[in-house]
Design a protein around this ligand. Structure first.
Ligand code: UDP
Ligand code: MG
Length: 245
């Protein structure tokens, strides 16, 4: 029985992987849980997959799920969720911007909540001004349009009870809306302060403009889904016990 699966989408992160694994494995070891780490290589063109294979050779708790071509962060996340065998699932970036030291805190909230999503409270340390401002504007617009109250919807450092991921249908770009999608299905989600660090190696896969434009379209879809959500409660089902399929 696996207690915890850590899912990590990876796209051209060769320099970040060794320090990430060193730090992450230490934190997980200290937790004393039966864990697996599922690296999802999203069609990297650098040595990422090879490096993950070398982790696996040294430690059988490492898994590599490799996508044939680059499918995007949501696709990689989805593949990781589907592969995860743990009772609880953590997802984090491969670029060292998330601090593995926050994993125990995220997990501690799962006793009372179905999911815990990171809130990068001291963003100033992690990203430049343009990204911080655009992320603040994006958060405001997202909350307004989707009638949400999430402080930091762009943070993809999260923990879940695995049952909430079953039946979660994602489309490209939807990794940003996972907390909202879960809430729509009746799960309880809490925001938890996490630290955020600068990207030391490699490059961000997004620009300010492409992120803003694409996610605006996604946002309208989320708004529509929320408006059209089937909200009903069955209060009587006379004779239903006779129907078997
Ligand atoms: N990522 C991925 N496929 C992609 C783009 C990104 O798997 O097509 C991964 C990337 O390697 C990282 C995470 O998703 O682990 C977040 O990407 P990034 O750090 O570029 O996003 P940012 O932190 O700039 O929002
Ligand atoms: Mg990043």
């Amino acid at each position: 029985m696996t207690d915890l699966s850590v899912v990590i989408p990876v796209y051209n992160e060769e320099e970040n992987l060794p320090p990430l694994w060193a730090e992450l494995s230490q934190v997980l070891e200290r937790l004393g849980l039966a864990f697996e780490v599922v690296f999802v290589d999203d069609g990297s063109r650098d040595r990422s997959a090879e490096i993950i294979r070398s982790f696996r050779e040294a430690d059988a708790r490492v898994r590599l799920v490799r996508l044939k071509t680059n499918g995007g962060e949501t696709a990689a996340t989805d593949a990781g969720f589907k592969a995860a065998r743990g009772r609880r699932v953590v997802v984090m970036d491969a670029d060292l911007q998330n601090d593995p030291g926050d994993i125990p805190t995220l997990l501690s909230h799962l006793d009372h909540w179905d999911a815990a999503t990171g809130w990068r409270v001291r963003r100033a340390e992690g990203d430049n001004l343009v990204r911080r401002v655009s992320s603040r504007v994006a958060n405001r617009i997202r909350n307004w349009v989707s009638d949400e109250a999430i402080q930091d919807s762009g943070c993809t450092f999260r923990a879940f009870r695995r049952e909430c991921l079953r039946g979660l249908v994602l489309y490209r770009g939807f990794h940003r809306f996972i907390p909202t999608l879960l809430k729509m299905r009746g799960y309880r989600v809490v925001e938890v302060p996490v630290s955020h660090r600068p990207r030391r190696f490699g490059r961000s896969k997004y620009g300010v403009l492409n992120r803003a434009v694409v996610s605006l379209a996604d946002l309208l879809v989320i708004r529509w889904m929320n408006a059209r959500l089937l909200r009903y409660e069955v209060v009587e089902d006379v004779g239903g016990d006779l129907v078997r399929d």
